[in-house]
Design a protein around this ligand. Structure first.
Ligand code: F3S
Length: 385
């Protein structure tokens, strides 16, 4: 990889030993993928936000960064808290949470604590190179905002944030952002999260282009999150909707490698058939935005939930929602508002069996959950017939 003078100096220790190690990590990472250079980034998003006791080497590295006084060079956001205070088992398993949060503060990381960092906090423009980790956020940055990032790992995100660079390969290059698989829809009742799940399973790590459908911003978020979980998709396009796909002709360089058709039956097959078994209901993964919570709020007005129900929201959205009239009606109906990651928080908890979620990402990662559409979940809550 060819480095410029400033990068060479950083690599050679002119900015200290820890900075040199961060540069070395990025250079090795880039070399492994035949990157030709490091490019400047405009933002970073860090995924390693769960203070799980076992990952000691991560804390040692973070500690060295903090002790050396390194701070992030670009606006950097961070993934959700893991629900460490939710109950005793979580407190024990996630006993490094406070250390991690103190360290992030010293490094100058924005304490947004959400995977939906793009919801008004970290919003790069089309074409900007960024270094994000967290597969659902990567999907949103690439697909919905048109920024450029690979699916970076924990530590690569930190090294990029403190150096301000990332190796240029993969989705950082325009030629790798073109459509590969054409997705046709034969769906009467759209469920974007389920659709994302099925696309991810079938295209794995290719770039799908979905024929035009007027998905909302929230639907794109939930669809992308699911696609990145059931597959390894980092970028999708929707014809005539997402920024790099004004039409099919411009997004495909050549004939699609494959044409997939997703049907209503595919969507319906994912749904649980028996809501009577549902033990609790969880909404929000990726984190719910205010828009999403407001959209659901009307159903809970004057109602009382039949089963334990929670909304997992961005901390900023939660704060605003709980102050609002709508939010107060939702909590009066018995809904708990959280701002942690449901997958992290509920993984160690017993009793996830038949927890129902309208997030296909949560369904994929959280053992014992069932999948249902938003309407299924509202029915299970007893607020919709
Ligand atoms: Fe976010 Fe946790 Fe889901 S990080 S995408 S709420 S698994």
């Amino acid at each position: 990889m060819k480095l410029n003078e400033k990068q060479e100096n950083m690599l050679n220790g002119k900015s200290g030993e820890v900075m040199s190690l961060a540069m070395k990590t990025l250079v090795n990472y880039g070399d492994a993928f035949q990157a030709k250079r490091l490019v400047e980034i405009t933002s970073a998003h860090v995924a390693g936000s769960f203070g799980i006791f076992a990952v000691k080497s991560y804390y040692n590295i973070i500690n060295r960064i903090v002790t050396d006084g390194l701070k992030v060079k670009v606006p950097t956001t961070v993934n959700p808290r893991p629900g460490n205070r939710l109950h005793m088992v979580n407190q024990v398993v996630m006993n490094k949470q406070q250390f991690l949060e103190n360290s992030f503060k010293k490094m100058g990381i924005i304490p947004n604590y959400s995977c939906a960092c793009y919801d008004g906090v970290n919003v790069p423009s089309k074409g900007e190179p960024v270094a994000w980790a967290e597969s659902s956020a990567v999907q949103y940055a690439n697909s919905v905002l048109g920024a450029k990032t690979n699916r970076n790992s924990v530590m690569i995100d930190i090294c990029s944030a403190v150096t301000g660079y990332v190796p240029e390969f993969g989705y950082m290059l325009d030629e790798n952002r073109r459509g590969q698989i054409l997705v046709k829809l034969k769906i009467d009742k759209m469920d974007a999260s389920a659709l994302g799940f099925i696309i991810g399973q079938r295209v794995v790590d290719k770039v799908p282009v979905i024929e035009h459908y007027p998905f909302t911003r929230v639907a794109l978020k939930n669809m992308g999150g699911a696609m990145a979980a059931s597959g390894a998709v980092a970028l999708f396009h929707v014809e005539g909707l997402t920024p790099e796909a004004p039409d099919m002709k411009s997004i495909f360089d050549r004939e699609p490698e494959k044409i997939l058709t997703i049907t209503q039956k595919d969507i319906d097959d994912l749904r649980t058939k028996d809501l009577s078994k549902t033990t609790s209901v969880v909404f929000g993964c990726p984190h719910m935005t205010l828009e999403e919570a407001n959209d659901l709020a009307g159903y809970f007005n004057g109602a009382s939930v039949k089963r334990p129900t929670c909304f997992c929201m961005t901390p900023a959205a939660k704060t605003e929602f709980e102050k609002s009239d709508r939010g107060q009606k939702v909590t009066a109906a018995g809904v708990k508002l959280y701002d942690h990651c449901p997958v992290a928080a509920f993984t160690v908890r017993r009793g996830n069996r038949h927890m129902l979620t309208s997030s296909a990402k949560c369904f994929y990662y959280l053992a014992g959950t069932d999948y249902g559409t938003k309407e299924d979940c509202l029915r299970a809550c007893g607020v919709k017939s």
